[in-house]
Design a protein around this ligand. Structure first.
Ligand SMILES: C[S@@+](CC[C@H](N)C(=O)[O-])C[C@H]1O[C@@H](n2cnc3c(N)ncnc32)[C@H](O)[C@@H]1O
Length: 220
C-alpha cells in the first residue's frame, strides 16, 4: 500500500478536497458538477459496499474519480489485504487522467487498476479470466445497448447474491436496460434508506438462466 500512516484518512481527505474545491482540472467549466457522482451519493455508494463487506469491486466510469474514491474508501475501511478495485474507463485521457491522479494521490493505486478500454470489450475478457467480483458500480456509457451489454457481462462477473449499483437510473436508457434483468433474470431492487439517485440490485443465488418461453417485455 502507500506507506501513509493513516491511509483511510488520506482517502477521506482526498474526497473532501474533491467535493470541496473540485478537481485539479476539468474538461470545461461546470463539467465536474455535471459528470461526477455527487458527494452525498458517493457516501451512499461507500456505505452500500461496506454493508456488503465487498472486497472485490468492478467499476465502469472513472471520470473525475468521485465514485472511485468512495469505493476505495469502502475497500480500505475493511483492513483486508485481499481487496481489489478494477476500474474500466475508455476515455480517461479525455479527462487528462484527472480521476486516476486522484486515486494515486489518495494512496489507492495499490488496490486499484485502470483498464483504458470500452467496458463492452473489457468485461468479457474478465469473464474469460474467471474474474469474480462481490459488487459492481455502473456509470459508464449511458447508451441503452452499451448499458445492456455491460449488465449482461456483469451478471456473470458479480457472484451470485452480489450487488450491482447503478447511477442515473432516472435516464430511460439506463432504467430500461436494468429493467430487463429485474423482470427476467431475478435481480431484486435493494431498498436504500437515504435519498439518492443510485439504484442497487441483488443478484439471485444460485445464478439461473431464465427459460426463453418466460421472456417478459421490459419497457419502463
Ligand atoms: C458519468 S462519467 C462517470 C463519473 C464518475 N463515476 C465520477 O464519479 O466522476 C462516465 C464515464 O464513463 C466513461 N465511458 C463512457 N463510455 C464508456 C465505455 N463504453 N466504456 C468504458 N468507459 C466509458 C467516460 O470516459 C466517463 O469517464
Amino acid at each position: 500500500m502507500s506507506g501513509e500512516p493513516d491511509p483511510l484518512g488520506a482517502v477521506r481527505a482526498t474526497r473532501r478536497r474533491l467535493a470541496g474545491v473540485g478537481p485539479v482540472r476539468a474538461r470545461s467549466e461546470g463539467d465536474f458538477e455535471r459528470v461526477a457522482l455527487p458527494d452525498a451519493d458517493a457516501d451512499v455508494l461507500r456505505d452500500l459496499l461496506l454493508g456488503e463487506r465487498a472486497r472485490v469491486v468492478v467499476e465502469i466510469g472513472l471520470a473525475y474519480g468521485s465514485s472511485a474514491l468512495a469505493i476505495g474508501e469502502a475497500l480500505l475501511a475493511q483492513e483486508d489485504r485481499a481487496t481489489r478495485h478494477v476500474i474500466i474507463d475508455a476515455y480517461q485521457h479525455v479527462f487528462r487522467n484527472v480521476g486516476w491522479e486522484a486515486i494515486e494521490s489518495a494512496g489507492l493505486a495499490g488496490i486499484a487498476t485502470l483498464t483504458s478500454e470500452r467496458s463492452q470489450l473489457a468485461l468479457p475478457r474478465l469473464i474469460a479470466q474467471e474474474f469474480v467480483a462481490d459488487a459492481a458500480f455502473v456509470d459508464g456509457s449511458h447508451i441503452f445497448h452499451n448499458v445492456f451489454v455491460d449488465l449482461c457481462f456483469l451478471r456473470e462477473i458479480v457472484r451470485p447474491g452480489g450487488l450491482i449499483v447503478l447511477d442515473d437510473c432516472d435516464w430511460p436508457s439506463v432504467a430500461t436496460a436494468v429493467r430487463y434483468f429485474e423482470l427476467n433474470a431475478g435481480w431484486t431492487p435493494q431498498p436504500i434508506g437515504r435519498p439518492t439517485r443510485l439504484r442497487a440490485f441483488r443478484l439471485p443465488s444460485p445464478r439461473f438462466e431464465p427459460a426463453f418461453q418466460d421472456f417478459k417485455s421490459f419497457n419502463v
